[in-house]
Design a protein. Structure first.
Length: 266
């Protein structure tokens, strides 16, 4: 397991690297989907826990299991962090947050603040749910911030749409992903990870980079202005899009639906 370094957090080095945040210890198992939380979680540690979970979800495709077996949650802010993270990643490709919590004895968590987060009384049950996720339906590529990155991203989109029976989304997805990648090349100038996955009839795209600068959308650009239309193009072809700050950068994502293809491009 390796820990997540946080500002003002003491790092303990031993058999594992672990990050201590307030009174909550966060351990990340690099070999599995498990993030183990132990100790006491209060409002002071909630933001650091949120950041740790988002970072893990950004770096690993598929659901992540927060094991709270050894965690005592003191207040509403601490209890709400798990549902908040799940809402944040709802439109990321192949991302979700599950809980392992022995307090669960039925399909609904007894704590209303956690009721929207899938929870399992045992770690084995939570990991079985992760294993049932069709991760074969995820494509990921690590790209350098170079001129050829957008072409590589479009090739990934074409492969995915053909594989998943979504040929009508090739063009809008290529438009959206090209702009997302070109924004990294032009502005962030960091290595990036491109990820895409189907979800029901929609296609989810994301680009993760290592710049904290979030994209801003100011609407239509003046006709005499060079550039500045990337987010407008994404907004045009995507059903919804957004960005999420993570500890060492951001994730920019969008969702495309086949019903939107005719309206936008027809």
């Amino acid at each position: 397991m390796t820990g997540i370094d946080r500002p003002n957090a003491r790092t303990v080095t031993g058999a594992h690297n672990e990050a201590i945040m307030s009174n909550c210890l966060v351990e990340i198992d690099e070999s599995s989907a498990v993030v183990r939380l132990t100790g006491v979680l209060d409002a002071a540690g909630a933001e650091a826990v949120r950041a740790a979970l988002l970072a893990r979800l950004a770096d690993r495709p598929g659901p992540v299991v927060a094991d709270v077996t050894g965690l005592r949650i003191l207040d509403e802010v601490g209890r709400g962090v798990f549902a908040e993270v799940r809402r944040e990643v709802a439109d990321w490709p192949a991302a979700d947050l599950l809980l392992c919590d022995p307090a669960v004895d039925g399909p609904t968590h007894p704590d209303p603040a956690l009721a929207g987060v899938p929870a399992f009384p045992t770690l084995a049950g939570a990991l079985a749910a992760v294993a049932a996720t069709p991760l074969a339906a995820v494509l990921t590529a690590d790209l350098a911030p170079t001129v050829g990155a957008a072409r590589q991203a479009r090739e990934l989109v074409t492969t995915g749409c053909q594989r998943w029976g979504m040929p009508m989304l090739v063009d809008p997805a290529c438009i959206a992903l090209t702009e997302m990648v070109n924004n990294v090349v032009a502005h962030a100038r960091t290595p990036m990870t491109v990820r895409l996955a189907p979800q029901d009839s929609t296609l989810h795209l994301a680009v993760r980079d290592h710049s904290s600068r979030l994209p801003t959308f100011a609407g239509l650009s003046p006709p005499n202005r060079a550039g500045g239309r990337g987010l407008l193009l994404i907004d045009t072809v995507a059903r919804r899009w957004g960005s999420s700050a993570i500890p060492d950068g951001k994730v920019v994502w969008c969702v495309l639906h086949p019903d939107d293809e005719v309206a936008h491009l027809g």
